[in-house]
Ligand binder design. Structure first.
Ligand SMILES: Cc1cc2nc3c(=O)[nH]c(=O)nc-3n(C[C@H](O)[C@H](O)[C@H](O)COP(=O)(O)O)c2cc1C
Length: 257
């Protein structure tokens, strides 16, 4: 008589445990999904904010996140395609916002948005992900210092090549007190992004970003227009894998922002 009672009790315990496990797994899954969606929404909002900061209101009349092309190129520092955003005003491309990665920050890759007017002048640059040291390298973040705005209006000819360096390297851009590596990396990445734009502006500015628009995937290690391959459209928004924000929960990992 004891044995069946014990078995019943064991079965009951097993059932309770099983139910607990199912409920817990379900709750964790739901929580994960909710969190992932919230992170995506926060990142999208951060991107919209950064894109809006780079290009003045009125300089375009399209939805930037809905007008993107995928680009992969050595000059942009990415090893997998990342979206670039095409600004359109009155039906004509007015600017491009490229994503660039500086691989040589003090603490690893620094992820940037580089806005370039159709005429080749820098509209603005924003850091969207980095792990530089607070109080030293993090002055590349506009929230910490206005340094990142020193690129505005610059172009490949202003300054000439030699000027695209920090002052310590006889260039035009300030370094920070006790931190030269970070600004040096950012100056280099912005300069390379300008070279990319210069080599590809015809393709970039020909893409209207509308439905069916092409994505430009320049093969890694090559940046000649002839190397560009046309792929299907990037879609309306960058995914979590494609972009980091400066929000603390999103950490840059190598070249995969
Ligand atoms: C703990 C620690 C953190 C540092 N973080 C940074 C940083 O984020 N960015 C940076 O440029 N330099 C940073 N530095 C300073 C660099 O090591 C280097 O001394 C500085 O960038 C000057 O570089 P230079 O000798 O090439 O001019 C850090 C140094 C220490 C000890």
């Amino acid at each position: 008589m004891m044995l069946p009672e014990i078995s019943r009790s064991m079965l009951k315990n097993a059932a309770v445990l099983g139910l607990f496990a199912v409920v817990t797994v379900g709750a964790v899954t739901l929580l994960q999904q909710g969190t992932a969606e919230r992170i995506q929404a926060a990142e999208r909002a951060a991107q919209v904010r950064a894109l809006g900061e780079i290009l003045p209101t009125g300089s375009y009349d399209n939805h930037l996140l809905d007008n993107s092309v995928l680009i992969q190129d050595r000059l942009l520092g990415n090893k997998s395609p990342l979206p670039a955003y095409i600004a359109i005003k009155d039906g004509r491309p007015s600017a491009v916002i490229l994503q660039a990665i500086a691989p040589d920050g003090y603490s690893g890759a620094i992820h940037l948005l580089v806005g370039i007017h159709a005429d080749g002048r820098v509209a603005g640059v924003r850091v969207i992900g980095h792990r530089e040291t607070p109080g030293l390298g993090d002055k590349i973040d506009l929230a910490k210092s206005p340094w990142i705005r020193s690129f505005e209006g610059k172009s490949l000819s202003n300054p000439e090549n030699a000027g695209w360096a920090v002052k310590k390297d006889r260039g035009e851009f300030d370094q920070f007190a006790g931190a030269t590596i970070t600004p040096r990396a950012v100056v280099g990445a912005v300069h390379r992004a300008l070279h990319y734009f210069d080599a590809h502006k015809a393709e970039l500015l020909a893409v209207d970003g509308g439905p069916g628009a092409a994505a430009i995937d320049t093969l890694e290690g090559r940046s000649e227009p002839a190397a560009a391959t046309v792929h299907s459209r990037a879609g309306s928004a960058a995914t979590r894998d494609e972009l980091h924000t400066t929000e603390p929960e999103a950490e840059p990992q190598g070249d995969q922002p």
